[in-house]
Design a protein around this ligand. Structure first.
Ligand code: ADP
Ligand code: ZN
Length: 282
């Protein structure tokens, strides 16, 4: 049985793991801090794989934006990481195939193969956390285009109950989806972290309104069988049902709506990296 290496690369931490099969309990997992010295961070990743390997292939599910042609994180403001050749260094140092995709495309792939959308040929994974990002699987394959989907920055209509003067927090677009509905947007709007807002707070109707708009746009453009909503903000158990209800209202019966669900996997991104590793070997 070959051993696979998985990397979920985030702006705060890299989760790395080795295991025999995507979806099975990994043999070893480590958290590595994302330092501004990208080469040093990657050196730690490589050392982990050498210590726990040999691995036959590696999968990387990374924060973006990603340049698939070059195997880099392209224009990130994250210090030390813009245009860093993540994929090629791993390939060169480990001498194994490296599968490379965005964190959310990886999570979507894992949820479609092994998670709450098991068996789906079309699925979108949206994470609602510090940022908002979306990955898409269509006909069983992650969607790549000129870049890759950046659903977090979809434009949304202003919610009628948006407090006056709130302009959104996206540095590029102000009140795009991420600017209006990410964890930091909720905190900026209400002056306290989302986790401290009780279920009856007006914050949640507004949040559900924006997420439902995004789900409708996603459904109109891609028509996936399922949309999986993950990320820290979705840890509010009442929120998913509110989004579902609002989505039905906005749709007015026009299109068949996808199933909306929570992730079925504990670590969708890391599991996605294992799937990418398996595919890289084939
Ligand atoms: P990241 O996006 O950085 O990978 P998370 O998905 O955990 O990390 O998202 C972090 C964001 O989610 C923060 O803005 C935080 O305020 C918010 N958050 C975390 N836990 C909860 C919770 N239980 N309820 C609401 N918001 C939460
Ligand atoms: Zn934006």
């Amino acid at each position: 049985m070959p051993l696979y290496g998985a990397v979920e690369a985030g702006g705060t931490k890299f989760m790395v793991a080795v295991g025999e099969e995507a979806g099975a309990e990994p043999n070893a997992v480590r958290r590595i801090e994302t330092s501004s010295d990208a080469a040093a961070t990657l050196r730690e990743v490589i050392t982990f794989f050498l210590d726990h390997g040999p691995v036959a292939a590696v999968g990387v599910a990374t924060f973006g934006p990603v340049d698939f042609r070059k195997g880099t994180i392209s224009t990130t403001p994250k210090e030390g990481w813009a245009h860093f050749p993540l994929r090629d260094i791993l390939q060169r140092e480990l001498r194994v195939p490296v599968g490379f995709d965005t964190d959310v495309n990886g999570a979507a792939l894992a949820e479609a193969r092994l998670g709450s959308g098991r068996g789906a040929q079309s699925l979108v994974y949206v994470t609602v956390g510090t940022g908002i990002g979306g990955g898409a699987i269509i006909a069983g394959k992650p969607v790549h285009g000129l870049l890759h989907p950046e659903m977090g920055h979809l434009p949304v209509r202003l919610h009628p109950e948006e407090p006056a003067g709130f302009m959104g927090v996206c540095p590029y677009h102000g009140n795009c989806l991420e600017g209006s509905a990410s964890g930091p947007a909720i905190e900026a709007r209400w002056g306290k972290p989302a986790v401290q807002l009780p279920p009856g707070h007006p914050a949640w109707m507004i949040e559900a309104g924006y997420l439902a708009q995004a789900c409708l746009s996603i459904s109109l453009i891609l028509s996936p069988e399922r949309i999986v909503l993950g990320g820290g903000v979705m840890d509010q158990p009442h929120l998913l049902g509110m989004v579902r209800a609002r989505l039905a209202e906005l749709n007015r019966g026009y299109i068949p709506l996808p199933e909306l669900s929570a992730p079925g996997l504990k670590y969708p991104g890391l599991t996605g990296a294992f799937v990418l590793a398996e595919e890289a070997l084939q």
